[in-house]
Design a protein around this ligand. Structure first.
Ligand code: SF4
Length: 356
């Protein structure tokens, strides 16, 4: 038993607008068309629980279009897909619903624009990440991936005056800055994206951890190991000198982590459902006697609408899309949820205004 341990529950955390949209797209298809076979190309979002819950409801996750049965609905995940995948689905006559996050689609559009103008594009990101694979597919002959400054000497550059860079949406802001400044030093004429590619949700969740990590002894990040933005949150904490653990849920907690720990910061990656955070907090309160403080670092007000391809599917199925919208799962209700269970929660408001 650790006396008077404090839990600092940080906001923003958890589901972002793109994940809310992608998860709800699958949820709505299951609700509206329960008898239709439904496949999702790649994990809808990088979270084990989200994927397992959909699997239990009958969704099949595939890694190639060939695996999709004739006549099935196929959903493209939040990370986006290359045009080759979209073309393959079209050639098969499949009903495709695109749940790509609009902020990923924006990076695809930038890649297409630069490639059409004859620019070579350096894509800063993780080469094996699904988002990078999808973006690369927009203009593979014009793009090269840069994972670290060490990659720069090996790049094949035709004309340094016709060069642009883009980034994966879920990178560490700090790491990306290091790579981008190395690119600018090597290629002073390199063009930047018209607006930041690292998305608002990644930026805000990282900022919140960076703001509070030095005020606590341990950071717990709820998220899966293949979730890029969740892993980045642990790295940011460790760069601040505070140990961090990434866990899918409370079952992965190790009592040894809490030795000598008085303040624990709890956050969640953009694809981690809030009920897992609540479950973790409840455990820390019940088993460690923890007191809970909510720290609001920034407010968010970003929402996305129904994708056009889902509206088309609805119309074809006799459902009026005007009667539907994306249902939002925010962390905002957790304080009430805790209070309803007799757990007091104090709020510390550090907000600097809504960000988009
Ligand atoms: Fe979109 Fe950012 Fe969320 Fe990825 S993390 S789904 S880019 S909002």
């Amino acid at each position: 038993m650790i006396a008077a341990m404090k839990v600092m529950l940080v906001n923003p955390r958890g589901f972002c607008a793109g994940v809310n949209m992608a998860v709800d797209v699958v949820d709505q298809i299951l609700d509206l068309f329960p008898d239709e076979p439904l496949c999702v190309y790649h994990e809808i979002v990088h979270n084990r629980h989200v994927v397992d819950r959909f699997r239990h409801r009958g969704v099949t996750f595939v890694e190639s279009i060939e695996e999709v049965p004739d006549g099935a609905i196929v959903v493209f995940s939040a990370h986006g897909v290359s045009p080759a995948i979209r073309d393959a689905a079209r050639a098969r006559g499949l009903r495709a619903v695109d749940a790509t996050c609009p902020l990923v689609t924006k990076v695809h559009a930038e890649a297409i624009r630069y490639a059409r103008k004859g620019y070579q594009i350096l894509l800063v990101g993780h080469a094996n990440h699904q988002e990078v694979i999808g973006t690369l597919g927009e203009a593979p002959e014009m793009m090269q991936v840069v994972e670290s400054p060490k990659d720069i000497p090996g790049l094949r550059i035709d004309d340094p005056a016709k060069l642009a860079y883009l980034t994966q949406t879920t990178l560490s802001v700090d790491d990306a800055e290091v790579i981008i400044s190395a690119l600018k030093q090597a290629f002073p004429e390199i063009r930047s994206p018209p607006s930041a590619d690292i998305c608002y949700a990644t930026t805000n969740r990282q900022h919140a951890v960076r703001t509070l990590a030095t005020s606590c002894d341990l950071v717990l990040v709820v998220g899966s190991r293949n979730s890029s933005n969740s892993v980045r949150l642990t790295e940011i904490s460790e760069n601040c000198g505070t140990p961090a653990r990434l866990l899918d849920d409370r079952s992965e907690l190790d009592p040894a982590w809490f030795e000598g720990v008085e303040r624990v910061l709890v956050t969640a990656g953009a694809s981690a459902p809030e009920d897992l955070v609540r479950d973790l907090i409840l455990h820390l309160v019940e088993d460690h006697g923890a007191e809970v403080e909510q720290h609001d670092v920034q407010r968010e007000a970003v929402e996305f609408g129904l994708p056009g391809s889902l509206k088309n599917l609805m119309r074809d199925g006799g459902v009026d899309p005007a009667t539907r919208s994306i249902r939002i799962d925010t962390g905002g209700d957790t304080s009430r949820w805790l209070e309803d269970r007799g757990i007091p929660i104090r709020t510390v408001d550090l907000t600097v205004g809504a960000t988009n």
